[in-house]
Unconditional design. Structure first.
Length: 424
């Protein structure tokens, strides 16, 4: 049985690990992977059709814990303990819930002190006791509600019994119903850089490079103060060297060498091309949601890939979501688009392909089907995706019309742009 410390409005954990409000989904899953010997029953729930409207939920059914993530920013929003008898809980080092200690009204009052009067939900027959960043649900029959005039402790129950907590929630702010995921805590940086925004630099619908607005861990002495966060701007362009990229963005999370091009058949004169002894390679920046492809011979930037990290995609949870903005000038009349001549269409990680494709594609254009069955895993349970070419970009789209990734390349490249969608 897990023995965890409760920190209101912040976290639930122990000396080895903790779930922190604002923690990215990726880091939470990594904790669960490392603790697989003690946390064994894990289910992930999400909406295939509405991934931005429905919360992303990780349920630890064996331990009675539910982790609720904001579907847009994919950071931890609520920590819920829904089965109190499956976990030990303590506050300031003292247990208020264990095999020996029941989380009764008196125990909660003793452990957490005085609070504001609670709220009774007659429909659910629950009494909710609220602290800042923490709430407790007590199941109380409606027949006891009228007697609640002098506080929950004044209620009289049969045989001298006292209601026991049915659910506990940790969240940010004063209201569980209005809570939002807090910003990324400084304790979750671990020396990495995260992206606030990636602006795609384009000139006459030709991509020149990327402008990264990065959030990093600045200098300071306290690990608990978000004043240590620092924002910096960096630009990476096509033909920049790998040294230029490392100087701008730091070392990549991983270097991935291409071993095969399963999309080669879509390249012009593919049968005439001589296989190179060298291999192009990617710099994978997982916390930025970006891959950068380098030419094997010249070692300069050849392509960029931006990832949206939607659940239900093959690469889900490999990358953080890249918050990109791509300006595209279109030739449609103003009445059709609602945009002026000077105003570009902005594509973001939240744009849906079925809403924007009519402005970007010609009626005769057909997609390339990407199955990813050629990757290291021999099967893909998430199904195939479709790749559409627009200007110097490849849009990879999912069955729910969300954009899974966007590849940016230079049209002068001889190879087919879909060759370089990572199969890792």
């Amino acid at each position: 049985m897990l023995d965890l410390e409760v920190v209101p409005e912040r976290s639930l954990g122990n000396e080895q690990w903790e779930f922190i409000l604002g923690m990215p989904f990726y880091q939470t899953v990594n904790i669960l992977k490392r603790q697989d010997r003690v946390i064994k029953a894990v289910q992930i729930r999400y909406s295939n059709t509405q991934p931005l409207q429905m919360d992303l939920v990780v349920s630890l059914s064996q331990d009675g814990i539910k982790l609720i993530f904001d579907p847009v920013c994919q950071r931890l929003k609520i920590i819920e303990v829904f089965c109190m008898n499956k976990v030990k809980l303590k506050y300031c080092g003292v247990h208020f819930n264990s095999l020996q200690v029941q989380p009764t009204i008196e125990q909660i009052d003793q452990s957490f002190g005085a609070t504001r009067p609670g709220v009774y939900n007659s429909e659910k027959q629950l009494f909710v006791l609220n602290f800042r960043g923490l709430s407790f649900d007590f199941p109380i029959e409606s027949k006891f509600e009228p007697r609640y005039a002098h506080g929950l402790g004044s209620l009289q129950f049969p045989n001298g019994s006292s209601p026991v907590v049915a659910r506990m929630c940790i969240y940010s702010g004063n209201s569980l119903s209005d809570t939002k995921s807090p910003p990324l805590p400084i304790t979750c940086f671990h020396g990495d850089c995260f992206v606030d925004c990636v602006e795609v630099l384009r000139d006459y619908n030709s991509t020149k490079g990327l402008k990264f607005i990065l959030v990093t861990e600045g200098n300071g002495s306290s690990k608990l103060l978000d004043t240590r966060k620092k924002t910096v701007d960096r630009i990476v362009r096509f033909s920049d060297s790998c040294q230029d990229v490392i100087s701008a963005l730091g070392c990549p999370s991983k270097v991935f060498y291409k071993s095969e091009d399963k999309m080669m058949i879509h390249s012009p004169d593919a049968h005439r091309r001589v296989k190179s002894r060298c291999s192009d390679y990617f710099y994978n920046y997982f916390t930025m949601g970006v891959d950068i492809l380098f030419d094997a011979n010249t070692h300069v930037v050849k392509k960029f890939i931006l990832h949206t990290n939607y659940p239900g995609h093959y690469n889900f949870n490999m990358y953080y979501r890249c918050e990109f903005k791509i300006p595209i000038h279109i030739d449609k009349p103003e009445l059709e688009t609602g945009l002026s001549e000077e105003e570009p269409l902005i594509i973001t990680a939240y744009s849906k392909w079925d809403k924007v494709q009519k402005y970007l594609l010609k009626p005769e254009q057909r997609p390339v089907i990407l199955t990813r069955s050629s990757s290291t895993n021999t099967s893909n349970p998430f199904g195939s995706t479709l790749c559409y070419g627009v200007h110097d970009m490849i849009f990879e789209t999912m069955q729910n019309h969300h954009i899974a990734s966007i590849t940016l390349y230079q049209p002068s490249n001889v190879s087919s742009p879909t060759n370089d969608i990572p199969m890792c």
